[in-house]
Write a protein of this length. Structure first.
Ligand SMILES: Cc1cc2nc3c(=O)[nH]c(=O)nc-3n(C[C@H](O)[C@H](O)[C@H](O)COP(=O)(O)OP(=O)(O)OC[C@H]3O[C@@H](n4cnc5c(N)ncnc54)[C@H](O)[C@@H]3O)c2cc1C
Length: 399
């Protein structure tokens, strides 16, 4: 759905409160407290369902961010839940993006209440969604991981255990008993959602492959301060052997991300500010006087998609279902839109307001969207990486 098509307000009509359940059971078990899992869990709990969310990480949201943009359509979904204005007030509204030297993209033409790209740390999105999920009554189990699952006609049984080194941040965890006697235990739910990211255990338990390829390696990102910031809040440019983007978070921090064809190293090789300065100078002509990095990381990027998003009572959403390069800033956005598509359907089926066949429409609608996002992101990336003259000419024409 394009930005602008009205999204009805998300106004769950809770039925009678869920019958209190035995410890270790839930209507829905969500695996993974990233943005995707947090939105699904919050939607379902707001609709009156009994939701347990299991997260391997010990603590909740940190302050490092992978995603840095939220697009108009995602803001419209958050708006339908009464969440957009708060997020927008914390982010930086970017109304002009400069790409490849010549092109200026102005989202101001979008027919949306949010005619801009919101630059904001992923952690702000997660904090907001976590708070909303807690208020709606989701039972959080940090420091706990799912290791296996089985399903039958009536539900799904997941094996959970304390995550290595994990220690729940608050409240008792499903695995408290396990902590004492060292044993794993199970949680039973009517449905399970695998929002457990790119290395999804749930996907593995379903026996689903994750076909695709690695498309780029040795991308380096850094969050830095700039002594001489650029005139536009978001700039991306590329030359033959390098590309770089600089985006402002709006609070004095800048995300710099880039790549240098002549410096291809494994993810484990440390990256430093000198390397970030180098590729920024190559691609953008200056390093903007960058200093004081709070985070520098080297990573590679894959393009992969699971062949199915549903197997019986188990669903995949977000990075567990699809992954692509950061080009276009679409990963978190796509996961949040998967979540918004699935949660109301699952609620309607749990309440017996709709036949279970409605659940089939989740994969039918979201799988093609995932495929399209992989293609779009892949095309943008290939343009940025263009190493030969015809491709660079195509890039200029496209710009
Ligand atoms: C450099 C970079 C820049 C990016 N920029 C953007 C951008 O601008 N815009 C955008 O939309 N996207 C962007 N993305 C992508 C975005 O970060 C991801 O798409 C998003 O985090 C996916 O959310 P998720 O909830 O599906 O998965 P995740 O955020 O990966 O969350 C999965 C969670 O599951 C937990 N987990 C895993 N296994 C288990 C288990 N067995 N049991 C319990 N818990 C488990 C993990 O600890 C994790 O917390 C970027 C990514 C990168 C790397």
């Amino acid at each position: 759905m394009a930005a602008g098509t009205p999204i009805p307000p998300h106004s769950p009509t809770p039925g009678p409160p869920s019958v209190p359940r035995a410890e270790g059971t839930a209507d829905v078990l969500v695996v993974g407290a990233g943005p995707t899992g947090l939105l699904i869990a919050g939607d379902l709990a707001a609709a009156g369902h009994d939701v347990t969310l299991v997260e391997r990480r010990a603590a909740s949201v940190g302050n490092l961010t992978r995603a840095l943009v939220v697009h108009a359509r995602t803001l419209e979904y958050l708006d339908a839940r009464g969440l957009a204005d708060e997020l927008v007030s914390r982010g930086h509204r970017v109304r002009e993006l400069r790409l490849f030297g010549h092109a200026t993209i102005r989202p101001t033409r979008l027919a949306s209440r949010f005619p801009y790209v919101l630059v904001i740390g992923q952690y702000e999105v997660e904090r907001l969604l976590e708070r909303r999920a807690r208020e709606a009554g989701v039972t959080f189990r940090y420091g706990t991981e799912v290791t296996g699952l089985r399903q039958d006609g009536g539900g799904v049984e997941a094996d959970v255990r304390p995550a290595p080194g994990g220690r729940g941040r608050s409240g008792a965890t499903v695995s408290d008993a396990a902590r004492e006697d060292g044993s794993a235990r199970t949680v039973r739910a009517r449905y399970l959602i695998g929002a457990d990211g790119v290395h999804s255990t749930v996907r593995g338990c379903l026996g689903l492959p994750f076909p695709g390829t690695s498309v780029i390696r040795s991308i380096v990102l850094a969050d830095v301060r700039l002594a001489e910031p650029p005139s536009t809040p978001f700039e991306l440019d590329a030359i033959d052997n390098a590309f770089a983007l600089v985006g402002s978070f709006g609070d004095g921090w800048y995300r710099v991300m880039g790549w240098n064809r002549d410096r291809q190293l494994p993810d484990s090789a440390p990256a430093d500010l000198a390397e970030v300065r180098d590729f920024t100078r190559l691609a953008l002509g200056t390093d903007f006087g960058m200093h004081s990095p709070r985070w520098i990381s080297r990573f590679h990027s894959d393009e992969r998609q699971a062949p199915h998003y549903r197997v019986g009572r188990v669903f995949l959403a977000g990075d567990a279902a699809h992954v692509h390069s950061p080009a276009g800033g679409m990963g978190m956005n796509t996961g949040l839109q998967d979540a918004a598509n699935l949660s109301w359907k699952l609620s309607a089926v749990l309440r017996r307001h709709a036949p279970t066949a409605l659940l089939d429409t989740y994969e039918r609608e979201r799988h093609p969207v995932g495929t399209m996002v992989l293609r779009t992101s892949g095309s943008l990336l290939r343009l940025a990486l263009a190493g030969n003259a015809p491709l660079r000419a195509l890039r200029s024409a496209a710009a």
